[in-house]
Structures are given as structure tokens and as C-alpha cells.
Design a protein around this ligand. Structure first.
Ligand SMILES: Nc1ncnc2c1ncn2[C@@H]1O[C@H](COP(=O)(O)OP(=O)(O)OP(=O)(O)O)[C@@H](O)[C@H]1O
Ligand SMILES: [Mg+2]
Length: 156
């Protein structure tokens, strides 16, 4: 599904809509956040993390690689692979230890193997002063979710 995001608030609103459509149990889910520098990946991730009840800051995981959020009924891992140059490095990051949470991954193209086990892919692209978004389901449950979201949108 496609979405016009003319300003940052539209990116945040879209993240909240996705949040509302996600199941109560997102353990093991992965959302890939694609787009060039400044496309709005962190803006989207931050709004989603706040939607699920986080009140404080959402620091960039660029240097820590992973920022965990232990929220009511749900663990979220905000991952930024910008500095990861080889898939090998994912092992050091402890990817397999993030199974209990919902993984939001910026710069997933650094580890091409991730897409095979991911559920959702959000692509953000510059469009004038705003952004274009395209959300795609990669797994069966991801496709079902995107369909549901697209139906809710067409009812607006
Ligand atoms: N829909 C939008 N329209 C216009 N500006 C936006 C939109 N969404 C986000 N922005 C702005 O783009 C800037 C960069 O956003 P953000 O840091 O989220 O990008 P990013 O993709 O995470 O960047 P990086 O590649 O550095 O991690 C911010 O100033 C943010 O407010
Ligand atoms: Mg970012």
C-alpha cells in the first residue's frame, strides 16, 4: 500500500495506524525500515515506540546498534544497521537474542538475509518537501496485516 506523507506529523500518524493494526503479540515480528539518509525511518520508529507506551526519549541506535524497550505486554528492539558492513556482524549484535521482541530495523539492506524472515517492509522516499511511503507484507501474517490496513484506509 502507498501513502503520501507531506510532513513529519503524517509519518507519525501512519506509524500510529500501523501500531493500532498490529496484533497484541508481536514477539518475533520484524519491520524493515528502508530509505535514504533522512527519509524518516527514525521518525516512524519513534512514533511506533511511543504508540506502544514509551514516554521518554528514543535515542538513535546508530552506535549501540540496538536500543531495547520493555513496554507493557511487548518488547521492542530498535535496530540501526547503518554501521554494519557485513552480515557476519549480526552475530555479534546477538540477533537471535532478539526473538522475544518486535524488531524495527533501519538500514536492513546492510544484511540482505534479513528480508527472508521479515514480516513488513516500509519504504520511505523523498517527494518534494514530503515523503512517499510504501508498505509491503513480506510474510503471510504481514500480508494479512497490510490488507487490513489498506481496507481501513479506503473506508476513511
Ligand atoms: N513525511 C515527512 N515529510 C517531511 N519531513 C519529514 C517527514 N518525515 C520525517 N521528516 C523529517 O526528516 C528528517 C529526518 O528524519 P529521520 O531522522 O527520521 O530520518 P532517518 O531516515 O531515520 O535518517 P537516517 O538515515 O539518518 O537514520 C527529520 O527532520 C524529520 O522530521
Ligand atoms: Mg534514523
Amino acid at each position: 500500500m502507498k501513502r503520501d506523507l507531506p510532513e513529519p506529523e503524517a509519518t507519525e500518524a501512519f506509524a500510529q495506524q500501523l501500531g493500532a493494526a498490529l496484533p497484541a503479540d508481536t514477539a518475533g515480528w520484524t519491520l524493515l525500515l528502508e530509505g535514504e539518509l533522512g527519509a524518516g525511518k527514525s521518525t516512524f520508529a519513534r512514533a511506533l515506540i511511543r504508540f506502544f507506551g514509551h514516554g521518554g526519549a528514543v535515542p538513535s541506535p546508530t552506535y549501540t546498534l540496538v536500543e531495547p524497550y520493555d513496554l507493557p505486554g511487548r518488547v521492542i528492539y530498535h535496530v540501526d544497521l547503518y554501521r554494519v558492513s557485513e552480515e557476519e556482524e549480526l552475530r555479534y549484535l546477538g540477533w537471535t537474542e532478539l526473538e522475544d521482541g518486535f524488531r524495527l530495523v533501519e538500514w536492513p539492506d546492510r544484511a540482505p538475509g534479513l528480508a527472508a524472515n521479515a514480516d513488513l517492509r516500509l519504504r520511505l522516499a523523498y517527494s518534494g518537501s514530503g515523503r512517499d511511503a510504501s508498505l509491503e507484507g513480506l510474510s503471510e501474517r504481514g500480508r494479512v496485516l497490510v490488507e487490513t490496513l489498506a481496507e481501513t484506509q479506503s473506508e476513511d
